[in-house]
Design a protein around this ligand. Structure first.
Ligand code: MOS
Length: 826
């Protein structure tokens, strides 16, 4: 790790704290625990295999659930016969849509008389019709998994096949089969309009126009969707489930027709979320079965079921037309985005909103028009996936910047530097960038860290690529986000945090402990956190949108400061000192002026307790918010703040096999303030690897609605043998909206790696592949076509080749033997 010195303007956030005064103001070194790579309390348990996940939980008399699913992409359900399945010994319940009190939920957005708005439908179980292969049709609970599986196969459904549509562009056409009866396949349209797009292109000296495509992607978390539900003694339905959102307890209650306070959701450690556990997964199924049978019910998706039946990252078709002056200044950008929502909307409109807002990238463009569409098809449904619509558009705009650089014969870093927005400037839809925009620094540092160029040898062509991105953290402003945290100090001076967060592996819980320990002057080991239980912890909102550190971190900071205030006020009385001059350090109150003057924290706590003073505080942090003025046209602030960063990579392309090996990855981000640098690095490394899979191998292949990659031997995530060491460079502007100036990094870390790799492949061999992933086959085909282009072929090879920018390209396929020693594999 390397941390920038000049960006370390930490401490500025401290000035607005009136109860927290480090001994010498405003220096990062004054933090005792914040900013230190402290071991996370969950790390040991996880390494030793002791951490208990949702699946590791069992109860006496527990039943096992299985889901019976559609094998049709589009069909009418004529009848469902469950009688044979029900008679199978060991079967305790078979449920269909008829048995679900509220099977269908229609969420509405934008209902004014002038706005069309949109609706999204969620069904627990298919009733009249199935809309995709894998749609749940019936549920079974039985004594054993095997019996449940057998029962599923004994359910007889009579279908009548209906026309289906699998291509979003076809689905947009008039007369296309309707995925949801009586509704348009186009769920929603968002647009950004700035200036006059025709004028912008007429001012341009060069115009680059291309269409990009990105695939369906699986979350491929280690832990598949799973959970256990039971009816507690008091009649409360309790779920212990792998989720990013315990707040789904409300939806589960609605589905069961129960009051919200009769459903409790507990989130233990989560073995990976990546957006895939942002929607309801198994919750409604196990809750319904437990409610029906009055027995505990467990459901664990197999890997195959997870790949075949849960949400995917949206594939997009991205049409980009960009114009620039000869000196590299952008004049115009026209974008059309079409995302495949699959058969149900889920979070597709929100993902599209992010994409439409982010489509320009972090660039200053006078004339802009972006149109985004998300469209229903009879494919598996798509929803949140790490980056939430940002990686798709980043691949397109950062490829475009490279193509523009090539056609202008400019350096790829330079053209970006010329066009980066600065603090105080605004995005195309009018949102002003209020905090430091670190992109010039992140670009420079990331690229420089690649070091000296090693020349290509033999059939191994080396190339370098750079790409940058801006990714919002925190939920969109019109969602009026809040988080709560409860902090208390016990009679022995130990500290308890209660926060309804879900820790999905990013160290969410551990960071809150650091914040409380810092403010209350106790060692980290003296802080205990209770998380993720809707009955016992105050609601802190979902672990999504890279929001948790910012939101619950701020709430925890606020709560801890209140407790600190109470303690120091009392200590001031006891010590006859001004509380402002006191500090809390290692379980002692000390006088800043006279460090000999000390008081044990336990004495202060006792004195407070004797007087009945509150030794706890429940804080509510409310994010800045704003209502949308209209639905379709994006205008003004819609995001809270952004994290800026860059990836620089070096690749080797094997001319014989088409294999792209990533030799070096540098990830450089302004993280605001690294609360735990180790966790931040973990996110940046994980994000880079996640994006590496997106770039090179990961694709859920779907043909006519059938998923052809049902296991991890067809769906290829990078293994430890495929990944280079990821070098991380953390910059700390201290300018974030989170505690101590922290920004979020979980999702931003994944954003720009794929275009960086694609740009490096172009640098290495002069081929431009505009559809991810860059598989061996695509690379070989593109190399072949570059060598002998045949007329009329629809190749994806860039026509805008920058002459002489890359020596390697000129020697392409000159018949030199492959030299594997060129690959610096670790
Ligand atoms: Mo996310 S993709 O907001 O979990």
């Amino acid at each position: 790790m390397y941390r920038s010195q000049e960006l370390c303007v930490t401490g500025q956030r401290l000035s607005d704290t009136n109860t927290y005064s480090p001994r010498s103001e405003g220096k990062v070194t004054d933090f005792r625990i914040i900013g230190k790579p402290v071991p996370r309390h969950d790390a040991r348990d996880k390494v030793l295999g002791l951490a208990r996940y949702a699946e590791d939980f069992s109860l006496p008399g527990m039943l096992f659930a299985k889901v019976m699913r559609s094998q049709y992409a589009s069909a009418k359900i004529e009848s469902i016969d469950t009688s044979i399945a029900e008679k199978l010994p060991g079967v305790k319940a078979v449920l269909t849509a008829r048995d679900v009190p509220k099977n269908e939920t229609v969420a509405q957005f934008g209902r004014s008389s002038t706005e069309r708005g949109f609706e999204s439908i969620y069904r627990v179980l298919a009733d009249r019709k199935v809309h995709y292969i894998g749609e749940p049709v019936a549920l079974v609970a039985a004594d054993t998994e095997e019996t449940a599986e057998r029962a599923v196969n004994l359910i007889k459904v009579k279908y009548e096949s209906l026309p289906a549509v699998f291509d979003p562009l076809l689905a947009m056409e008039a007369g296309a089969p309707q995925v949801e009866d009586g509704r348009s396949n186009i769920i929603t349209h968002f647009e950004v309009v700035k200036g006059n797009i025709d004028e912008g292109f007429s001012e341009a000296d060069v115009i680059v126009e291309n269409t990009y495509q990105v695939p369906f992607v699986d979350h491929a978390y280690m832990e598949t969707e799973c959970g256990v539900a039971w009816v507690d003694d008091d009649g409360v339905i309790t779920l212990r489930v792998s989720t990013q959102v315990i707040d789904h307890f409300r939806s589960v209650a609605d589905i069961l027709g129960l009051p919200h306070n009769q459903v409790r959701i507990i989130a233990p450690y989560v073995g990976g979320g990546f957006g895939g556990k942002e929607d309801i997964t198994v919750e409604s199924f196990i809750a319904l079965l437990a409610y029906k049978t009055r027995k505990p019910v467990k459901l664990v998706y197999s890997r195959e079921e997870s790949i075949l039946c849960h949400s995917k990252r949206h594939p997009y078709i991205l049409e980009y037309k960009v114009g620039a002056k000869r000196d590299g200044r952008l004049t115009a950008l026209k974008v059309r985005l079409v995302s495949d929502a699959g058969a149900y909307a889920y979070l597709s409109p929100w993902v599209l909103l992010y994409s439409t807002g982010a489509a320009t990238g972090p660039y200053r463009i006078p004339h802009v028009r972006v149109d985004g569409y998300t469209v229903l098809t009879n494919n598996i449904y798509t929803s949140a996936n790490r980056g939430f619509g940002a990686p798709q558009v980043c691949f397109a705009y950062e490829s475009q910047m490279d193509e523009l650089a090539a056609s202008l014969n400019m350096d790829p870093c330079e053209i970006r530097m010329i066009n980066y927005l600065s603090q105080g400037e605004s995005l195309a839809f009018g949102q002003i960038l209020k905090t430091h925009v670190a992109l010039p620094e992140t670009t420079k540092r990331a690229y420089e860290a690649l070091g000296k160029k090693v020349p290509s040898q033999g059939g191994m062509r080396r190339g370098r690529g750079i790409a940058s991105g801006m990714t919002s953290y925190g939920r969109m402003l019109f969602l009026h986000d809040t988080s709560r945290s409860h902090v208390s100090i016990e009679m022995d001076g130990s500290v308890t945090i209660r926060a309804g967060i879900q820790d999905i592996g990013g160290g969410q819980a551990s960071s809150l402990c650091q914040i409380a320990a810092e403010i209350l002057g106790v060692p980290l080991k003296d802080v205990k956190i209770y998380i993720g239980d809707t009955a016992l912890t105050p609601l802190s909102g979902m672990t999504t949108a890279t929001r948790q550190l910012c939101m619950s971190g701020n709430a925890t900071l606020m709560a801890a400061k209140e407790v600190r205030k109470t303690l120091l006020k009392k200590a001031g009385e006891l010590m006859r000192e001004d509380p402002e001059t006191l500090d809390l350090v290692d379980r002692e109150v000390i006088a800043n002026e006279d460090p000999e003057k000390r008081l044990d924290i336990v004495d202060v706590v006792r004195a407070c307790a004797a007087e009945g003073l509150p030794l706890y505080h429940l804080a509510l942090y409310k994010a800045p918010s704003r209502d949308l003025t209209q639905i379709e046209r994006i205008e003004g602030d819609i995001f809270a703040d952004f994290t800026y960063g860059s990836h620089a990579v070096e690749v080797a392309v094997d001319l014989e096999t088409g294999k792209v090996t990533v030799l070096k990855v540098i990830a450089c981000y302004d993280v605001g303030k690294a609360i735990n640098p180790q966790s931040v690095e973990g996110q940046m490394e994980g994000g880079a690897i996640y994006g590496l899979g997106y770039a090179l191998t990961e694709e859920v292949i779907i043909q006519e609605g059938v998923i052809k990659t049902p296991s991890l031997s067809e769906y290829l995530v990078p293994t430890s043998l495929d990944i280079p060491k990821v070098q991380t460079i953390l910059l700390e502007s201290g300018d974030g909206t989170g505690p101590f100036g922290a920004k979020g990094v979980g999702e931003p870390s994944v954003n720009s790696i794929a275009p960086a790799i694609s740009n490096a492949v172009y640098d290495a061999v002069g081929i431009r592949i505009r559809g991810l992933p860059l598989t061996l086959e695509k690379v070989m085909r593109a190399i072949g076509e570059k060598e002998s282009p045949h007329p009329g072929s629809k190749t994806n090879i860039a026509t805008s080749d920058s002459v002489g920018r890359n020596q390697a390209r000129q020697n392409l396929l000159k018949g030199q033997a492959k030299d594997s020693s060129d690959l610096e594999r670790r």
